[in-house]
Design a protein around this ligand. Structure first.
Ligand SMILES: Cc1cc2nc3c(=O)[nH]c(=O)nc-3n(C[C@H](O)[C@H](O)[C@H](O)COP(=O)(O)OP(=O)(O)OC[C@H]3O[C@@H](n4cnc5c(N)ncnc54)[C@H](O)[C@@H]3O)c2cc1C
Length: 411
Protein backbone atom coordinates (compact mmCIF):
# COMPACT_ATOMS: atom_id res chain seq x y z
CA UNK A 1 0.00 0.00 0.00
CA UNK A 2 1.16 3.55 -0.72
CA UNK A 3 -0.06 6.82 0.83
CA UNK A 4 1.45 10.30 0.74
CA UNK A 5 0.85 10.90 4.46
CA UNK A 6 0.57 8.13 7.06
CA UNK A 7 -1.04 9.31 10.29
CA UNK A 8 -0.19 6.86 13.09
CA UNK A 9 -3.07 6.77 15.60
CA UNK A 10 -6.74 7.58 15.02
CA UNK A 11 -7.35 9.52 18.23
CA UNK A 12 -8.19 13.20 18.66
CA UNK A 13 -4.90 14.58 17.33
CA UNK A 14 -4.59 12.01 14.53
CA UNK A 15 -8.05 12.76 13.14
CA UNK A 16 -7.38 16.52 13.39
CA UNK A 17 -3.99 16.03 11.66
CA UNK A 18 -5.57 14.09 8.80
CA UNK A 19 -8.25 16.79 8.38
CA UNK A 20 -5.59 19.53 8.55
CA UNK A 21 -3.42 17.82 5.93
CA UNK A 22 -6.20 17.05 3.47
CA UNK A 23 -7.75 20.51 3.83
CA UNK A 24 -4.37 22.12 3.13
CA UNK A 25 -3.61 19.97 0.10
CA UNK A 26 -6.60 17.93 -1.18
CA UNK A 27 -4.62 16.14 -3.90
CA UNK A 28 -2.55 14.23 -1.37
CA UNK A 29 -3.55 10.78 -0.19
CA UNK A 30 -3.88 10.69 3.60
CA UNK A 31 -4.33 7.47 5.58
CA UNK A 32 -4.96 7.02 9.30
CA UNK A 33 -3.43 3.80 10.69
CA UNK A 34 -5.13 2.81 13.95
CA UNK A 35 -4.17 -0.07 16.22
CA UNK A 36 -7.69 -0.78 17.53
CA UNK A 37 -10.65 -2.03 15.53
CA UNK A 38 -11.99 1.52 15.19
CA UNK A 39 -10.77 5.08 15.53
CA UNK A 40 -11.54 7.50 18.37
CA UNK A 41 -12.32 5.01 21.16
CA UNK A 42 -10.78 7.26 23.83
CA UNK A 43 -12.76 10.24 22.62
CA UNK A 44 -15.98 8.42 23.54
CA UNK A 45 -14.90 8.36 27.21
CA UNK A 46 -13.86 11.99 27.46
CA UNK A 47 -15.67 14.32 29.84
CA UNK A 48 -17.66 11.37 31.20
CA UNK A 49 -19.12 10.85 27.75
CA UNK A 50 -19.80 14.58 27.24
CA UNK A 51 -16.40 15.50 25.71
CA UNK A 52 -14.94 18.58 27.39
CA UNK A 53 -13.35 19.63 24.11
CA UNK A 54 -11.70 22.91 25.10
CA UNK A 55 -11.65 25.74 27.63
CA UNK A 56 -12.43 29.45 27.50
CA UNK A 57 -9.22 30.23 29.40
CA UNK A 58 -6.44 28.96 27.18
CA UNK A 59 -3.47 30.44 29.04
CA UNK A 60 0.03 29.03 29.44
CA UNK A 61 -0.39 28.38 33.21
CA UNK A 62 -2.58 25.41 32.32
CA UNK A 63 0.04 23.76 30.12
CA UNK A 64 3.25 21.90 30.97
CA UNK A 65 6.17 20.33 29.12
CA UNK A 66 9.02 21.24 26.80
CA UNK A 67 7.28 22.19 23.52
CA UNK A 68 8.33 25.84 23.36
CA UNK A 69 5.78 27.18 20.88
CA UNK A 70 2.78 25.33 22.37
CA UNK A 71 0.81 28.53 23.05
CA UNK A 72 1.61 29.96 19.58
CA UNK A 73 0.33 26.76 18.01
CA UNK A 74 -2.92 27.04 19.99
CA UNK A 75 -3.29 30.74 19.07
CA UNK A 76 -2.49 30.21 15.40
CA UNK A 77 -4.85 27.32 14.69
CA UNK A 78 -8.66 27.39 14.56
CA UNK A 79 -10.33 27.66 17.94
CA UNK A 80 -12.30 24.58 19.00
CA UNK A 81 -15.46 26.60 18.31
CA UNK A 82 -14.39 27.36 14.73
CA UNK A 83 -13.06 23.86 14.10
CA UNK A 84 -16.24 22.14 15.25
CA UNK A 85 -18.52 24.68 13.58
CA UNK A 86 -16.98 23.65 10.22
CA UNK A 87 -18.44 20.22 11.06
CA UNK A 88 -21.81 21.62 12.11
CA UNK A 89 -21.20 21.09 15.83
CA UNK A 90 -22.05 24.16 17.96
CA UNK A 91 -20.08 24.48 21.18
CA UNK A 92 -21.35 25.61 24.60
CA UNK A 93 -19.54 26.31 27.87
CA UNK A 94 -20.27 26.02 31.60
CA UNK A 95 -19.58 28.55 34.42
CA UNK A 96 -15.97 27.30 34.71
CA UNK A 97 -15.41 27.97 31.02
CA UNK A 98 -15.27 24.28 30.11
CA UNK A 99 -16.45 23.80 26.54
CA UNK A 100 -18.65 20.96 25.32
CA UNK A 101 -20.52 20.12 22.12
CA UNK A 102 -24.08 21.48 22.33
CA UNK A 103 -25.37 17.90 22.32
CA UNK A 104 -23.06 17.11 25.28
CA UNK A 105 -22.30 13.90 23.46
CA UNK A 106 -18.76 12.64 22.87
CA UNK A 107 -20.20 10.11 20.41
CA UNK A 108 -21.56 12.99 18.31
CA UNK A 109 -18.11 14.64 18.28
CA UNK A 110 -16.51 11.44 17.00
CA UNK A 111 -19.30 10.94 14.44
CA UNK A 112 -18.81 14.50 13.14
CA UNK A 113 -15.04 14.04 12.87
CA UNK A 114 -15.53 10.81 10.94
CA UNK A 115 -18.12 12.39 8.60
CA UNK A 116 -15.52 15.09 7.88
CA UNK A 117 -12.67 12.62 7.24
CA UNK A 118 -14.96 10.63 4.98
CA UNK A 119 -16.05 13.78 3.00
CA UNK A 120 -12.39 14.68 2.53
CA UNK A 121 -11.52 11.20 1.23
CA UNK A 122 -9.23 10.26 4.12
CA UNK A 123 -8.65 6.51 4.38
CA UNK A 124 -8.88 4.62 7.68
CA UNK A 125 -6.90 1.42 8.22
CA UNK A 126 -7.85 -0.16 11.56
CA UNK A 127 -6.14 -3.08 13.26
CA UNK A 128 -2.72 -1.73 12.20
CA UNK A 129 -0.42 -1.58 15.23
CA UNK A 130 2.76 0.19 14.21
CA UNK A 131 5.85 -1.84 15.13
CA UNK A 132 8.63 -0.45 12.92
CA UNK A 133 9.60 2.58 10.84
CA UNK A 134 12.27 2.27 8.10
CA UNK A 135 13.54 4.75 5.57
CA UNK A 136 12.75 4.09 1.89
CA UNK A 137 13.50 5.84 -1.42
CA UNK A 138 10.18 7.68 -1.37
CA UNK A 139 10.19 8.37 2.36
CA UNK A 140 9.35 5.70 4.92
CA UNK A 141 8.03 2.16 5.17
CA UNK A 142 5.87 1.44 8.19
CA UNK A 143 5.30 -2.13 9.36
CA UNK A 144 2.59 -3.36 11.71
CA UNK A 145 2.97 -5.92 14.46
CA UNK A 146 1.32 -8.52 12.22
CA UNK A 147 3.67 -7.75 9.31
CA UNK A 148 1.46 -5.50 7.12
CA UNK A 149 3.41 -2.72 5.42
CA UNK A 150 2.72 0.64 3.83
CA UNK A 151 5.00 3.15 2.13
CA UNK A 152 4.59 6.88 2.58
CA UNK A 153 6.37 10.16 2.01
CA UNK A 154 5.59 11.58 5.45
CA UNK A 155 4.55 10.25 8.82
CA UNK A 156 2.50 12.09 11.44
CA UNK A 157 2.97 10.33 14.79
CA UNK A 158 -0.26 10.83 16.76
CA UNK A 159 -0.31 7.65 18.85
CA UNK A 160 -0.75 9.26 22.29
CA UNK A 161 1.03 8.34 25.50
CA UNK A 162 0.65 5.72 28.24
CA UNK A 163 -2.56 6.88 29.95
CA UNK A 164 -5.63 4.62 29.67
CA UNK A 165 -4.00 1.63 27.93
CA UNK A 166 -7.43 -0.03 27.88
CA UNK A 167 -8.29 2.60 25.23
CA UNK A 168 -5.34 1.77 22.98
CA UNK A 169 -2.49 3.88 24.33
CA UNK A 170 0.38 1.96 25.89
CA UNK A 171 3.33 4.12 24.85
CA UNK A 172 4.41 1.67 22.12
CA UNK A 173 5.05 4.34 19.50
CA UNK A 174 6.93 6.52 21.98
CA UNK A 175 9.19 3.51 22.61
CA UNK A 176 9.76 3.04 18.87
CA UNK A 177 11.02 6.63 18.65
CA UNK A 178 13.10 6.24 21.81
CA UNK A 179 14.77 3.21 20.18
CA UNK A 180 15.41 5.40 17.11
CA UNK A 181 17.38 7.76 19.38
CA UNK A 182 14.74 10.34 20.31
CA UNK A 183 15.02 12.04 23.67
CA UNK A 184 11.99 11.67 25.95
CA UNK A 185 11.10 13.72 29.03
CA UNK A 186 10.33 11.79 32.24
CA UNK A 187 7.01 10.00 31.83
CA UNK A 188 4.40 9.80 34.60
CA UNK A 189 0.62 9.85 34.99
CA UNK A 190 -0.99 13.30 35.08
CA UNK A 191 -4.66 14.17 35.55
CA UNK A 192 -5.05 11.20 37.88
CA UNK A 193 -6.19 10.28 41.40
CA UNK A 194 -3.53 10.18 44.14
CA UNK A 195 -3.15 7.15 46.41
CA UNK A 196 -3.48 7.27 50.19
CA UNK A 197 -3.03 4.37 52.61
CA UNK A 198 -6.52 2.74 52.83
CA UNK A 199 -6.51 2.74 56.67
CA UNK A 200 -6.36 6.57 56.61
CA UNK A 201 -9.49 6.67 54.44
CA UNK A 202 -11.58 4.17 56.42
CA UNK A 203 -15.23 5.21 56.34
CA UNK A 204 -14.79 7.85 53.65
CA UNK A 205 -15.32 5.78 50.49
CA UNK A 206 -17.90 7.47 48.26
CA UNK A 207 -17.84 10.85 50.06
CA UNK A 208 -17.84 13.94 47.81
CA UNK A 209 -17.35 17.40 49.26
CA UNK A 210 -16.49 20.87 47.93
CA UNK A 211 -13.28 22.40 49.25
CA UNK A 212 -9.71 23.46 48.58
CA UNK A 213 -6.80 21.04 48.16
CA UNK A 214 -3.14 22.00 48.48
CA UNK A 215 -0.14 19.92 47.45
CA UNK A 216 2.34 20.26 50.30
CA UNK A 217 5.96 19.16 50.59
CA UNK A 218 8.27 19.91 53.52
CA UNK A 219 5.60 22.21 54.95
CA UNK A 220 5.61 24.32 51.76
CA UNK A 221 2.39 24.75 49.77
CA UNK A 222 3.18 24.01 46.13
CA UNK A 223 -0.23 24.71 44.60
CA UNK A 224 -3.86 24.99 45.70
CA UNK A 225 -6.92 23.97 43.68
CA UNK A 226 -10.60 24.38 44.51
CA UNK A 227 -13.41 22.01 43.61
CA UNK A 228 -15.13 18.77 44.47
CA UNK A 229 -12.95 16.34 46.43
CA UNK A 230 -13.86 12.68 46.04
CA UNK A 231 -12.79 9.89 48.39
CA UNK A 232 -12.32 6.33 47.21
CA UNK A 233 -11.16 3.30 49.18
CA UNK A 234 -7.50 4.06 48.54
CA UNK A 235 -7.25 7.41 46.78
CA UNK A 236 -8.27 11.05 46.66
CA UNK A 237 -9.90 12.00 43.41
CA UNK A 238 -11.79 14.80 41.65
CA UNK A 239 -10.63 17.44 39.16
CA UNK A 240 -8.87 19.52 41.85
CA UNK A 241 -6.82 16.46 42.91
CA UNK A 242 -6.17 15.45 39.27
CA UNK A 243 -4.53 18.81 38.68
CA UNK A 244 -2.07 18.24 41.54
CA UNK A 245 -1.07 14.71 40.46
CA UNK A 246 1.90 15.96 38.48
CA UNK A 247 3.62 17.01 41.72
CA UNK A 248 4.03 13.35 42.62
CA UNK A 249 6.53 13.14 39.77
CA UNK A 250 8.71 15.81 41.41
CA UNK A 251 8.15 15.12 45.11
CA UNK A 252 7.59 11.36 45.23
CA UNK A 253 8.60 11.09 48.87
CA UNK A 254 7.06 13.59 51.24
CA UNK A 255 4.12 14.80 49.15
CA UNK A 256 0.91 15.40 51.10
CA UNK A 257 -2.49 16.79 50.21
CA UNK A 258 -3.92 19.29 52.70
CA UNK A 259 -7.68 19.63 52.51
CA UNK A 260 -9.62 22.68 53.61
CA UNK A 261 -13.13 21.25 53.89
CA UNK A 262 -14.68 24.64 54.65
CA UNK A 263 -12.74 26.88 52.28
CA UNK A 264 -15.70 29.26 52.00
CA UNK A 265 -15.65 30.04 55.76
CA UNK A 266 -13.00 31.84 57.82
CA UNK A 267 -11.68 29.86 60.80
CA UNK A 268 -13.09 32.30 63.41
CA UNK A 269 -16.53 32.05 61.80
CA UNK A 270 -16.27 28.25 61.80
CA UNK A 271 -15.36 28.22 65.51
CA UNK A 272 -18.38 30.45 66.24
CA UNK A 273 -20.63 28.07 64.35
CA UNK A 274 -19.19 24.98 66.12
CA UNK A 275 -19.65 26.63 69.53
CA UNK A 276 -23.25 27.54 68.75
CA UNK A 277 -24.16 24.10 67.45
CA UNK A 278 -22.44 22.33 70.36
CA UNK A 279 -24.59 24.33 72.82
CA UNK A 280 -27.71 23.63 70.81
CA UNK A 281 -26.96 19.85 70.58
CA UNK A 282 -25.38 19.51 74.04
CA UNK A 283 -27.49 16.48 74.97
CA UNK A 284 -26.76 14.56 71.76
CA UNK A 285 -23.85 12.14 71.14
CA UNK A 286 -20.62 13.43 69.54
CA UNK A 287 -21.40 11.77 66.21
CA UNK A 288 -24.23 14.31 65.68
CA UNK A 289 -22.04 17.40 66.09
CA UNK A 290 -21.42 17.94 62.36
CA UNK A 291 -24.78 16.61 61.16
CA UNK A 292 -26.03 18.94 58.44
CA UNK A 293 -22.61 20.49 57.86
CA UNK A 294 -20.97 17.52 56.09
CA UNK A 295 -22.20 14.25 54.56
CA UNK A 296 -22.77 11.72 57.37
CA UNK A 297 -19.60 9.60 56.83
CA UNK A 298 -17.33 12.64 56.69
CA UNK A 299 -19.00 14.20 59.75
CA UNK A 300 -18.39 11.04 61.78
CA UNK A 301 -14.83 10.61 60.44
CA UNK A 302 -13.81 14.14 61.49
CA UNK A 303 -15.26 13.86 64.99
CA UNK A 304 -13.77 10.40 65.51
CA UNK A 305 -10.31 11.39 64.28
CA UNK A 306 -10.16 14.65 66.17
CA UNK A 307 -11.37 13.58 69.63
CA UNK A 308 -10.36 9.94 69.80
CA UNK A 309 -13.13 9.10 72.26
CA UNK A 310 -16.36 7.11 72.05
CA UNK A 311 -18.83 8.70 69.66
CA UNK A 312 -21.59 7.99 72.19
CA UNK A 313 -20.21 10.60 74.61
CA UNK A 314 -22.34 13.74 74.89
CA UNK A 315 -21.46 16.87 72.94
CA UNK A 316 -21.66 18.75 76.26
CA UNK A 317 -18.32 17.14 77.26
CA UNK A 318 -16.49 19.25 74.69
CA UNK A 319 -14.52 22.34 75.76
CA UNK A 320 -13.28 25.38 73.81
CA UNK A 321 -9.97 23.60 73.02
CA UNK A 322 -11.84 20.68 71.47
CA UNK A 323 -13.85 23.03 69.30
CA UNK A 324 -10.67 24.76 68.08
CA UNK A 325 -9.04 21.37 67.41
CA UNK A 326 -12.05 20.34 65.32
CA UNK A 327 -12.00 23.62 63.37
CA UNK A 328 -8.27 23.05 62.71
CA UNK A 329 -8.98 19.54 61.47
CA UNK A 330 -11.75 20.76 59.15
CA UNK A 331 -9.57 23.56 57.72
CA UNK A 332 -6.42 21.43 57.47
CA UNK A 333 -6.95 17.70 57.03
CA UNK A 334 -3.71 16.24 55.73
CA UNK A 335 -3.12 12.96 53.89
CA UNK A 336 0.31 11.62 53.01
CA UNK A 337 0.40 10.51 49.39
CA UNK A 338 1.67 6.98 48.90
CA UNK A 339 1.61 6.90 45.11
CA UNK A 340 0.05 8.03 41.87
CA UNK A 341 -2.72 5.95 40.39
CA UNK A 342 -2.02 3.35 37.71
CA UNK A 343 -2.02 4.21 34.01
CA UNK A 344 -5.47 2.59 33.80
CA UNK A 345 -6.91 5.35 36.01
CA UNK A 346 -4.88 8.24 34.57
CA UNK A 347 -6.32 10.48 31.88
CA UNK A 348 -3.13 12.05 30.59
CA UNK A 349 0.62 11.36 30.24
CA UNK A 350 3.12 13.93 31.46
CA UNK A 351 6.40 13.65 29.54
CA UNK A 352 6.98 12.19 26.07
CA UNK A 353 8.99 13.10 22.96
CA UNK A 354 11.04 16.07 24.12
CA UNK A 355 10.32 19.50 22.61
CA UNK A 356 13.94 19.77 21.46
CA UNK A 357 13.28 16.90 19.00
CA UNK A 358 10.86 19.01 16.91
CA UNK A 359 11.00 22.36 15.15
CA UNK A 360 8.29 25.05 15.27
CA UNK A 361 6.25 23.13 12.69
CA UNK A 362 6.34 20.00 14.92
CA UNK A 363 8.56 18.30 12.35
CA UNK A 364 11.35 16.08 13.62
CA UNK A 365 14.71 17.85 13.51
CA UNK A 366 16.53 14.58 12.77
CA UNK A 367 14.15 12.73 10.42
CA UNK A 368 12.65 15.17 7.94
CA UNK A 369 9.13 14.18 6.94
CA UNK A 370 8.19 12.88 10.38
CA UNK A 371 5.81 15.09 12.38
CA UNK A 372 4.39 14.72 15.90
CA UNK A 373 1.17 15.88 17.54
CA UNK A 374 -0.92 15.34 20.66
CA UNK A 375 0.01 13.52 23.82
CA UNK A 376 2.99 11.63 22.34
CA UNK A 377 4.87 14.92 22.73
CA UNK A 378 6.11 16.24 26.07
CA UNK A 379 3.10 18.55 26.33
CA UNK A 380 0.14 18.16 28.66
CA UNK A 381 -2.55 20.33 30.14
CA UNK A 382 -4.63 20.54 33.28
CA UNK A 383 -8.02 18.88 33.51
CA UNK A 384 -10.74 21.03 31.91
CA UNK A 385 -10.52 20.70 28.12
CA UNK A 386 -6.84 21.70 27.81
CA UNK A 387 -5.64 18.32 26.57
CA UNK A 388 -8.19 17.94 23.83
CA UNK A 389 -7.53 21.54 22.74
CA UNK A 390 -3.83 20.63 22.43
CA UNK A 391 -4.79 17.51 20.46
CA UNK A 392 -6.91 19.54 17.97
CA UNK A 393 -4.41 22.41 17.64
CA UNK A 394 -1.24 20.32 17.38
CA UNK A 395 -3.00 17.92 14.99
CA UNK A 396 -4.17 20.69 12.66
CA UNK A 397 -0.74 22.35 12.89
CA UNK A 398 1.30 19.22 12.17
CA UNK A 399 -1.15 18.10 9.45
CA UNK A 400 -1.22 21.39 7.56
CA UNK A 401 2.57 21.90 7.84
CA UNK A 402 3.19 18.37 6.63
CA UNK A 403 0.86 18.79 3.63
CA UNK A 404 2.40 22.20 2.81
CA UNK A 405 5.87 20.65 2.78
CA UNK A 406 4.69 18.28 0.04
CA UNK A 407 3.14 21.00 -2.17
CA UNK A 408 4.84 20.90 -5.53
CA UNK A 409 7.15 18.09 -4.40
CA UNK A 410 7.63 15.20 -6.86
CA UNK A 411 5.64 12.07 -6.12
C1 LIG B 1 -11.19 8.69 30.52
C2 LIG B 1 -10.57 9.92 29.90
C3 LIG B 1 -11.30 11.10 29.86
C4 LIG B 1 -10.72 12.26 29.32
N1 LIG B 1 -11.48 13.39 29.25
C5 LIG B 1 -10.95 14.51 28.70
C6 LIG B 1 -11.75 15.69 28.54
O1 LIG B 1 -12.95 15.70 28.79
N2 LIG B 1 -11.13 16.79 28.05
C7 LIG B 1 -9.80 16.80 27.66
O2 LIG B 1 -9.31 17.84 27.25
N3 LIG B 1 -9.06 15.69 27.75
C8 LIG B 1 -9.60 14.54 28.23
N4 LIG B 1 -8.84 13.40 28.31
C9 LIG B 1 -7.48 13.43 27.72
C10 LIG B 1 -7.56 13.35 26.18
O3 LIG B 1 -8.48 12.36 25.81
C11 LIG B 1 -6.20 13.06 25.55
O4 LIG B 1 -5.25 14.00 25.99
C12 LIG B 1 -6.27 13.10 24.02
O5 LIG B 1 -7.18 12.13 23.56
C13 LIG B 1 -4.91 12.87 23.40
O6 LIG B 1 -5.07 12.80 22.01
P1 LIG B 1 -4.02 12.00 21.12
O7 LIG B 1 -4.54 12.00 19.75
O8 LIG B 1 -2.66 12.50 21.37
O9 LIG B 1 -4.04 10.53 21.70
P2 LIG B 1 -5.24 9.49 21.81
O10 LIG B 1 -6.54 10.18 21.73
O11 LIG B 1 -4.91 8.68 22.97
O12 LIG B 1 -5.12 8.64 20.46
C14 LIG B 1 -4.00 7.84 20.16
C15 LIG B 1 -4.45 6.73 19.22
O13 LIG B 1 -3.31 6.03 18.78
C16 LIG B 1 -3.60 4.65 18.75
N5 LIG B 1 -2.33 3.90 18.87
C17 LIG B 1 -1.57 3.69 19.96
N6 LIG B 1 -0.50 2.95 19.67
C18 LIG B 1 -0.58 2.67 18.34
C19 LIG B 1 0.23 1.93 17.44
N7 LIG B 1 1.33 1.27 17.85
N8 LIG B 1 -0.13 1.87 16.14
C20 LIG B 1 -1.27 2.49 15.70
N9 LIG B 1 -2.08 3.19 16.52
C21 LIG B 1 -1.73 3.29 17.82
C22 LIG B 1 -4.52 4.46 19.95
O14 LIG B 1 -5.28 3.28 19.84
C23 LIG B 1 -5.36 5.73 19.88
O15 LIG B 1 -6.53 5.55 19.12
C24 LIG B 1 -9.39 12.22 28.82
C25 LIG B 1 -8.67 11.03 28.85
C26 LIG B 1 -9.25 9.88 29.38
C27 LIG B 1 -8.46 8.60 29.39
Amino acid sequence: MYTDIAVIGGGASGLAAAIGAKTENPVLSVTVFEKLDRVGKKLLSTGNGRCNLSSRSLVSEHYHGSVKNLMEIIKNTSSAEEFFMTMGVPVISDEQGRMYPRSESAAAVLRSLRMRTSELGITEVCGFELAEIRRSKRGYIITSKSGATAECRCIIAAAGGYAAPQLGTDGSVMRIFRDMGYKTAKICPAVAPLKVSPDKLKGLKGVRVKGAVSAVSGGKILKTEQGEIQFTESALSGICVFNLARFFNEYEVGLALRLDLAADIEKAELIDYLERVSTQRAAYPLEELLTGFFPKNLAVYLVKNTFNRPLTEKISTLGKRDIIALADRIKSLEFEISGCSSWNNAQVTAGGIHGSCVDNELQSVRDRGIYFCGEILDADGDCGGYNLQWAWSSGLWAGSNCARSLKGAKR
